[in-house]
Design a binder for this molecule. Structure first.
Ligand SMILES: *Cc1c(COP(=O)(O)O)cnc(C)c1O
Length: 464
């Protein structure tokens, strides 16, 4: 370890994963992991023009802090880069009425995948014609409501669903649909598998002919207008090669539909899954680069197949909201644990955990964090940030170099928690789910309030 790279590892110290090095300046932010307005002033983290120690003095911790300008600028960057496409914000990453309004104001469409998400979108006044509806098991009731609300497209996922939609539209109603196909491509982070076996619950397989059959049945159903084919290959994807293989297979099906059924499908959706930087290991593409690569792929394939280019749509969720939010916790206890072999790991316990961020436990996800309430001159030590739940897997940040003098009452902030954290939050151990506080130009607005003990007891019917 050279001096230029920062603090040296103490002899015998725990090293953590190879990609994680002691920081050159432990008080500095790794800027690209944070939302655009985040910076430190004398060790205090500021977001949206507000000092987080002051903010949480009002709203308490844990709290999700949502940088509104950052969210809007990422949404705009996708809309501008994919100007010839429709961009659907994937609401399952994080949705509340305020965010649905921002999405609409920035000119994006919105994906929902449940009746609850549709309810939030409609309550926000989102134009139903710009809503897409997903899900592998939409009930008759949910489909009826979506059709009645006039959603812009329903992405059909099974033969059962085609029958349900046929019955709903039998008496003169109609709806626009896409057919979700599985292209046999499974992409995740830096690798993709092009011959992934299709042993999962979503979509119709292209390779076994079910996707073609689904297209045939939809075309034969009078109330259904088929917009095109839909493919979503995975999440946290960093390069376009998986999209390329998927697009080639989906467009080959499109060509077959054109040849054998005489129908030129006007649209095509390539899904979401664009990666973000959670730690210094991750190197995401920007929307402009993605747009260039994806349109090149589609243009090239369509030319090779001799078919007209469909109008494309994409569905980023994480890449818009993920970096826009951070979670602020208060440190409770700090404990040094001796490991086999003699090394010591410092466990830093915070006042939240797997109830507000399940991704570390669920996906073995990596996060980073920083001391957000003061500067420290103490040498950094490799630490593990854990929650307060009754579960050994309740880890927030597996490995991070944090100041060796971290103590009870310090604030820690974790960047990149906008996607799949509040939306997957639970009441495990009867935790109260934290608020989401939107910050912009020095003004804080609670867009989702903290739950109360009354909320916890609201569904408890007691001893009747
Ligand atoms: C989850 C999902 C997305 C969004 O994925 P991100 O990784 O958040 O971009 C888009 N489309 C579909 C069909 C999805 O299921």
């Amino acid at each position: 370890m050279s001096h230029e790279a920062g603090w040296a590892h103490a002899p015998g110290a725990l090293r953590g994963p190879a990609w994680l090095q002691p920081p050159a300046d432990p008080n500095a932010l790794v800027q690209h992991l944070w939302s655009q307005t985040a910076h430190k002033v004398d060790g205090e983290l500021h977001v949206g023009g507000l000092a987080l120690p002051e903010l949480v003095a009002d709203v308490n911790t844990p709290a999700y802090v949502l940088d509104e300008d950052d969210f809007r600028s990422r949404a705009r960057a996708f809309r501008d880069a994919f100007a010839a496409y429709d961009v659907f914000y994937a609401g399952k990453a994080f949705l509340c009425t305020a965010v649905a309004r921002w999405v609409q104001e920035e000119g994006l469409c919105l994906d929902v995948c449940s009746n609850g998400e549709l309810t939030v979108a409609l309550r926000a006044g989102f134009d139903p014609a710009r809503i897409g509806y997903h899900g592998n098991n939409k009930t008759l009731m949910e489909l009826r409501r979506a059709v009645a609300a006039g959603v812009g497209r329903i992405v059909v996922d099974s033969f059962d669903e085609i029958e349900r939609l046929a019955s709903i539209t039998a008496d003169g109603l109609s709806t626009r649909v896409m057919v979700r196909v599985t292209a046999g491509v499974e992409a995740h982070t830096h690798e993709y598998i092009a011959t992934a076996h299709e042993d999962q619950k979503f979509g119709f397989s292209i390779s076994n002919g079910q996707a073609f059959e689904a297209v045939r049945r939809v075309l034969a159903t009078p109330g259904l207008e088929l917009l095109g084919l839909h493919s979503h290959i995975g999440s946290q994807i960093f390069d376009s090669s998986g999209f390329e293989v998927a697009a080639r297979r989906v467009l080959a099906l499109q060509a077959r539909v054109s040849d054998e059924l005489g129908v030129a499908l006007p649209e095509m959706d390539l899904g979401g899954g664009f990666g973000i930087a959670y730690t210094t290991q991750d190197d995401p593409s920007d929307p402009a680069q993605l747009a260039t690569e994806m349109s090149k792929i589609v243009e090239h394939e369509c030319r090779a197949l001799g078919i007209p280019e469909p109008r494309l749509s994409i569905e980023p969720g994480r890449a818009i909201v993920g970096p826009a939010m951070c979670t602020v916790y208060t440190v409770g206890t700090v404990k040094d644990v001796q490991l086999d072999g003699g090394a010591v790991r410092t466990y830093v316990s915070v006042d939240g955990g797997m109830s507000d961020n399940i991704r570390t436990a669920l996906y073995d996800a990596d996060y980073s964090c920083t001391l957000a309430s003061r500067d420290s001159a103490a040498p950094p030590v490799l630490s593990r940030v854990v929650g307060k739940h009754c579960e050994a897997g309740d880890i927030v940040v597996k490995d991070e170099f944090l100041p060796g003098d971290l103590r009870s009452g310090d604030l820690l902030a974790v960047p990149g928690t906008g996607a799949y954290c509040r939306s997957m939050a639970s009441n495990y151990n009867h935790a109260l789910r934290p608020p989401v506080v939107a910050v912009r130009d020095g003004v804080a607005r609670v867009v989702v309030r903290r739950e109360t003990e009354d909320d916890l007891l609201a569904t408890d019917m007691g001893d009747q």
